[in-house]
Design a protein around this ligand. Structure first.
Ligand code: DNO
Length: 348
């Protein structure tokens, strides 16, 4: 396993040097942020980022994300040109040593939360999700925490309308179409695609969501069997659904998991949850069990501690401050070390 840390590029307030100072840290997970979705990331921009990371002794092997244009998800007529651009970006990344690309196929919205600063008894704050609050929001006048609101009201309405006729099956077929067209490039350059699960893993505002658990993965791997078609195993996203047994899934898909987002949540209700410190005892995700299942089943991918709390007075980007993600990474390195040694002992 290689431990990584998400870095939001040159505008991130966290210096790369601080990331390097976290023990066990191998590399950075980042992206080119100033190219509109659907356009090609130039080699110049990629090399610039890579050099910044490498200069601090950090590897540059994982991208999160190369976003997928909505027209690809919608299966619109112009999708082939957009997919060709995507493949070109993958080629440019592959040429410069990128081995894993995280992406998602969620219509319109990425992750959704209702509170970015929920206060815990110890004074720390974290992200939380309250289902009834979300459901009571007016989809035509949305201001969601964590959502970048880069669409105008009209654009958003246009997209929501366009998805009205898109079924789960259509969306899945559009994903398969996209993957089949980019796979040759992935195989050629050894770039692993790692689809992020829908967060939370259920339909939102009438929009279909298709990467929600075991059933989705079975369909996905049957349709596109290449090993480069893999997943980002996000414990917080998948774990939000009580239907998902994360330890079983980590074992079953260990070799398809190219990237693991290890995050802890505590259930507040059937659909509601609050994010918390990474340790097993802090929440409802069996972090020890997940790590053990990964190691014992041949996982060889990248890991990052996901969504930290804001602690020690840090006013960090919600979920992405320095301190608690650093503590999480150190905790996870410890778990991996212990479990790996245990596994090696048992094998003797
Ligand atoms: C949230 C992240 C997601 C993730 C994308 C991948 O914190 O895990 O936004 O980066 O879904 O495309």
């Amino acid at each position: 396993m290689k431990m990584t840390f998400r870095w939001y590029g040159e505008t991130d307030t966290i210096p790369l040097q601080y990331i390097k100072q976290i023990q066990g840290m191998d590399g950075v997970v980042t992206a080119v942020y100033d190219v509109p979705v659907g356009r090609v990331w130039s080699e110049d921009k990629i090399v610039r980022l890579k050099n910044l990371c490498n200069k601090e002794g950090l590897s540059f092997e994982v991208i999160e994300s190369v976003p997928v244009h909505e027209d690809i998800k919608l299966g619109r007529d112009n999708r082939d040109a957009l997919i060709d651009n995507y493949a070109q970006t993958l080629e440019n990344l592959g040429k410069h040593g990128v081995k894993c690309v995280c992406y998602n196929f969620m219509p319109v919205f990425d992750w959704l939360r209702t509170d970015l600063h929920k206060k815990a008894a110890d004074g720390s704050t974290s992200l939380s999700y309250d289902h009834s609050r979300l459901m009571s929001m007016d989809v035509n006048d949305l201001h969601l925490p964590g959502w970048d609101e880069s669409y105008s009201k009209e654009e958003l309405q246009g997209l929501l309308d366009a998805y009205k006729t898109v079924t789960h099956e259509d969306l899945f077929n559009n994903l398969v179409y996209f993957l089949k067209r980019i796979m040759p490039m992935c195989v050629k350059y050894g770039v692993n695609m790692a689809i992020h699960p829908d967060d939370p893993p259920w339909d939102m505002f009438g929009l279909p969501r298709i990467i929600t658990g075991e059933e989705s993965y079975e369909k996905l791997f049957a349709a596109v069997p290449e090993i480069q078609n893999g997943i980002t195993f996000c414990t917080g996203s998948l774990g939000a659904s009580r239907k998902n047994d994360l330890v079983v899934m980590a074992a079953k898909y260990a070799k398809r998991i190219h990237f693991a987002h290890l995050r802890q949540i505590k259930y507040d209700g059937e659909f509601d949850f609050t994010e918390c410190g990474h340790m097993t005892k802090n929440g409802d995700i069996d972090m020890y069990g997940v790590v053990k299942a990964l190691v014992y089943n041949g996982f060889d991918g990248y890991v990052r501690s996901d969504h930290g709390r804001n602690i020690w007075g840090e006013d960090g980007k919600p979920g992405y401050g320095l301190y608690d993600r650093a503590l999480g990474a150190a905790y996870l390195c410890g778990l991996f070390e212990a479990v790996t040694k245990q596994y090696e002992e048992e094998k003797k």
